[in-house]
Design a protein around this ligand. Sequence first.
Ligand code: ADP
Length: 431
Amino acid sequence: MTENKIFKKQQWSFTLLNFVVFTLIFALFGLIISTIVKNTLYSKTDEELMNFKGRIEQVQNEEREIGVPSSGNGQPRFGEGLFNPRMVTLKWNEDKEIINQEEIGSDIIAYYFQDLIPDFKQLDTIHNITVDTNTYRTLIFKSNNESSETAYIQLLFNVDAEQSIIENFEKILILCTVLALLLSITASYLLARKTMKPIIQSWNRQLDFVENASHELRTPLTIIQNKLEMLLTVPNARIIDKFENIALSLSETRRLSKLTTDLLTLARADSSETQLVKEWFEADDFVKHVCMPYVEIGELDDKKVQLHLHSNMEIEADKSRIHQLLVILLDNALKYTAEGDEIIVSTNVEDQKLVIEVKDTGIGISEESKKHIFERFFREDKVRTREKGGIGLGLSIAQWIVSSHHGTIQVKSNGNKGTIFKIKLPKKQKF
Ligand code: ADP
């Protein structure tokens, strides 16, 4: 499968995943809201049904105590605060026949409750039933007046109004859910694209990195192989005669060694494997200690390396990494300057931060290259930098060291001639 197809497939599976998650969230919300609405609407009705039941039972008890004949059984009397025009009370005998037809009106019974079959299994639980086109909240319970003909009492509370509110609400909810799902398809797709973007970018960066690294490794290996094969063709030759071949092989081996060390440093930096070892030290003393050998190397090449150290500051940092950072900048300054040029390393304090500047009067860097200078394997002039032993990883490592110390690194032109690298490091680290 090509890379593009893999990315597309991954993007679709992200889209699907997002969509499923959105749908589940909407469905859950819909369910919660409709349950809350139903419960709120029915809570008053249910409370009234329970009150009514309690009142009927109370009346039945009173009648039993004073020995009122069964005919009046249990119907709460008007004016006792329990009459409700939406409530119908049906009394059933053991044969499941309505026995209070006259009380309610034979016509009403014939018209509305003719086909009603009560479910005596659902005793004492409030539930919904539909009779003809009407919806009722109903409660069936056993009559506690044994002397009467009434076996069961069924309370029916008409909830057509509540039901139509719920139905309308459900329609709106379904409409909103459909709209939300349509929106969520679009959102899922856009989100998946956004999620894939950094993955594709880092994949491509990784690919470039591996390609560049293998190219850089292959060149010195080919040179070493060629030189060794040439030596093998003249087994009797003396070392002094083949000195150039051996020296070149050695220099390419050193290059290989540096390359692998740099690659390892960056790989560890990428996987956040490298831990900084923080300690407090005097910045100027440390910079002086690192730069001193370069003053001597500079003198040998007729280059003036000067130190202007005025920070007078203690910082908390990883000494070995700051050492590596200074070496990278000083190496570059020496590599890209000519005889008679000047290199100045200075320190001072800005906004309570340590500023280290490495300034040179060398060949300088073009404005276009400055944008890419910290990219891995970037070299302004590949042939020339290779001659000088450059690989294009030094400034990437420098940038990683600075950012892992929560600092900044900038490159600027040194007037008309040369380059300035300016580093700002905070005094104290928040590791
Ligand atoms: P290299 O190993 O090639 O020096 P770096 O990452 O250290 O790799 O530098 C990247 C490129 O930046 C170099 O190839 C060079 O073109 C440019 N460069 C770095 N430092 C300087 C400098 N002081 N003066 C001019 N060019 C520089």
